[in-house]
Design a protein around this ligand. Structure first.
Ligand code: NAD
Ligand code: MG
Length: 327
């Protein structure tokens, strides 16, 4: 768990540290309060995860251990005050971490998820409300054009506008051989990951004022495909190019388009067929950091790309991969 390493506390500590440089404490570099720093290698669980399997789409609340989405740690500092955000896959994993962070930074947040994920979604809605922000729940399957259009219209109506879109929902199934990938799986992977990102973005753009931001969740697989994830990796490669191309086009409307590329992150997607059977214990172990990441560790990247502070960044990708992979 992350206790006390928020940006604000670190900055605050740095200020206190500077004020105290006249008499540096033992074991402290001048001006640095090392007590506030955490070694990222040991900040979260390093031990292999226990083998487990849930039917698709899995629930975060039934995972062992439960992922850390920043529920008790993320501290906002008004960086997204008054913003209106739609996040797909906002019920769990990386999308939930972004939803919690956005709300604590002052944004009203609509989340989309599948109806079966209602228990996870309820937790997120409660957390957004605890942050004092408006929370909008819009369950539904993003694999059809009609629902994608309804989703955007409903989010904008209930939020009173839309200036922040996170295309984060995805389908991922690991298969060792191409012969095991059914046409249905291939279709579902592309419909969820690529078509929905295109359709939701297309519906959202006319509603988004200059200064708005779109953030797509891509992957290390966008650059270097896992051999057991060829269909998923192909969608993530497509999303990388979609991000870069759309950025060139939409900057003329004042809208920035960027992406976050995670490495192995402990989320429901991984326990619902995202990994090959028997491989859970290896998950994240081969990164230089020696562990998988937690959704909470990605939230600040979404906040940064969403914030107007990052106004010169468009068509770019930020990674979070424990030292292995691109960008
Ligand atoms: P997750 O299971 O928490 O999130 C995926 C979400 O996608 C689900 O919660 C679900 O609400 C949504 N979804 C899937 N199919 C849908 C459909 N047909 N209609 C509506 N919603 C649907 O897992 P996560 O790992 O947090 O995934 C978030 C993003 O991160 C995905 O784009 C994934 O590809 C990406 N990613 C994850 C990892 C990782 O290791 N976990 C690595 C790289 C990229
Ligand atoms: Mg989920």
């Amino acid at each position: 768990m992350d206790e006390g390493t928020s940006r604000r506390t670190v900055l605050g500590a740095a200020t206190i540290g500077l004020a105290a440089t006249a008499v540096p404490a033992a074991g402290q570099a001048a001006g640095t309060n090392t007590a506030m720093l955490r070694d990222p290698q040991s900040k979260y669980r390093r031990a292999p995860f226990p083998e487990q399997r849930q039917p698709w789409p899995a629930l975060a609340s039934k995972m062992t251990p439960r992922p850390d989405h920043g529920e008790t740690s993320y501290k906002g500092s008004g960086r997204l005050t008054g913003r209106k955000a739609l996040i797909t896959g906002g019920d769990s994993g990386i999308g939930r971490a972004a939803a919690i962070a956005f709300a604590r930074e002052g944004a009203d947040v609509a989340i989309n998820y599948l109806p079966q994920e209602e228990p996870d979604a309820r937790e997120v809605i409660a957390l957004i409300r605890q942050a004092g922000r408006k929370a909008v729940a819009i369950p539904g399957d993003i694999r059809t054009l009609a629902f994608c259009e309804r989703l955007v219209a409903s989010a904008a109506r209930q939020l009173g506008g839309l200036d922040l879109l996170v295309n984060n929902a995805a389908y991922q199934q690991s298969k060792a051989d191409i012969s095991e990938i059914s046409d249905e799986q291939f279709d579902q992977t592309f419909k969820t990951n690529v078509y929905a990102t295109f359709r939701i973005s297309k519906a959202a753009v006319p509603l988004m004022p200059p200064g708005s931001a779109i953030i797509n969740t891509i992957s290390v697989n966008s650059y270097d495909p896992g051999e057991e994830l060829i269909d998923y990796a192909a969608t993530k490669g497509a999303l990388l190019i979609l991000t870069k191309g759309l950025a060139k086009q939409l900057i003329k409307k004042g809208i920035r388009v960027n992406a976050v590329a995670p490495g192995p992150i402990w989320t429901p997607l991984q326990v619902a067929g995202g990994q090959l059977p028997g491989k859970m214990g290896e998950f994240g172990q081969d990164t230089p950091m020696g562990r998988a990441g937690q959704p909470a560790e990605l939230a600040p990247l979404y906040v940064l790309l969403a914030s107007e502070e990052a106004s010169y960044s468009t068509g770019t990708v930020v990674g979070a991969n424990g030292g292995r992979g691109n960008p």
